[in-house]
Design a protein around this ligand. Structure first.
Ligand SMILES: NC(=O)c1ccc[n+]([C@@H]2O[C@H](COP(=O)([O-])OP(=O)(O)OC[C@H]3O[C@@H](n4cnc5c(N)ncnc54)[C@H](OP(=O)(O)O)[C@@H]3O)[C@@H](O)[C@H]2O)c1
Length: 283
């Protein structure tokens, strides 16, 4: 299989590269050579004619999107449209990576693949627009929503919590925002299985279970030998952000699970992440 990975230097892009390159032909696109917000990338995809494009490129600066909506929509809505156009012309399939934040995330609610979208922030609206734009152009399309992504070597919630714990010795962490902590290498492995099914549609690929930010931090500090660091749970309104995230945009994997594709519980994936990060530090 010839796979094109966009956003190949991001967290998911790197995990996809690592996972697929031993057994498949992989083309890697990243900025500035390949900007998915450039309409010409439709021609470039058509000329390359891969079997599958996985779009892991996105404007992911959620707070920054509030003051730069044009740039966020260019990458997150027009980008998937151009990639889908290139796929339509060359016969390729597209995996459009989307986000749990396309849902309103009402407290206590869980979200299945076919639930109504209710994006609340600029970032979330741009990701929802990307789903729609790709669907308008292409049938051979997987829309794959992920949540709370982290990967080895990335700048993400676990890496920031560990750095802050070591720097400050104590932490305040939001306890009323819930999601699915999801390990990018697990998403990469699940995507390989999903692509092989050729069952296009909407999927939620998240590690099993959910957590609050606080619960995630408690588990991380425990696994990394930092249980003694004092953690104070706080409500989200004590940690104001330009783009307030949904309180409970917790995804349920029903569609991929029906095909036998499930990711392991988030605590197991987090333990592997911690082990890998510790091993890197010892080298
Ligand atoms: N991170 C999360 O918690 C999370 C949660 C839910 C969904 N997601 C979704 O998961 C996907 C992967 O996220 P991630 O965490 O791997 O993101 P990431 O680490 O921020 O990587 C995104 C990559 O996209 C590239 N990019 C941005 N705009 C581009 C453009 N116009 N053309 C080409 N490349 C562009 C960036 O390039 P530069 O390095 O040049 O900036 C970066 O390498 C995204 O679709 C994101 O919306 C992420």
């Amino acid at each position: 299989m010839h796979l094109l990975i966009t956003g190949s230097r991001g967290q998911l892009g790197r995990a996809l590269h690592t996972h697929f390159s031993p057994f498949h032909q992989v083309s890697l696109w990243s900025r500035p050579q390949h900007d998915i917000a450039d309409p010409a990338c439709a021609d470039a995809v058509a000329a390359l004619a891969p079997d599958v494009v996985i779009n892991a490129a996105a404007w992911t600066h959620v707070d920054g999107a509030e003051s730069a909506p044009d740039a966020a929509f260019a990458a997150n809505a027009l980008g998937p449209k151009y990639l889908a156009e290139g796929c339509a012309r060359s016969g390729a399939a597209l995996v459009q990576i989307s986000s749990n934040e396309v849902f309103a995330g009402e407290p206590g609610r869980f979200y299945w693949e076919y639930d109504e979208l209710g994006p609340r922030t600029v970032y979330a609206r741009s990701k929802a627009a990307g789903e729609r734009a790709a669907r308008q152009v292409l049938d051979r399309l997987y829309i794959v929503r992920v949540a709370w992504l982290y990967a080895p070597g990335g700048s993400n919630f676990p890496s920031k919590i560990v750095a802050a714990a070591d720097k400050h010795g104590s932490l305040r962490v939001v306890a009323d925002e819930y999601g699915n902590p999801t390990y990018a290498p697990d998403v990469a492995a699940a995507l390989e299985r999903l692509i092989q099914t050729k069952r296009y549609g909407i999927y939620h690929l998240v590690n099993e279970g959910c957590a609050s930010r606080y619960g995630w931090a408690v588990e991380l500090l425990h696994l990394s030998g930092r249980s003694s660091v004092p953690l104070t749970p706080i409500p989200a309104h004590e940690w104001p952000r330009p783009a307030m995230p949904p309180a409970h945009a917790v995804l349920v994997n029903q569609a991929a699970a029906a095909l036998g594709i499930r990711l392991r519980p988030w605590q197991e994936a987090l333990a592997e992440y911690v082990k890998n990060e510790n091993a890197k530090r010892e080298v």
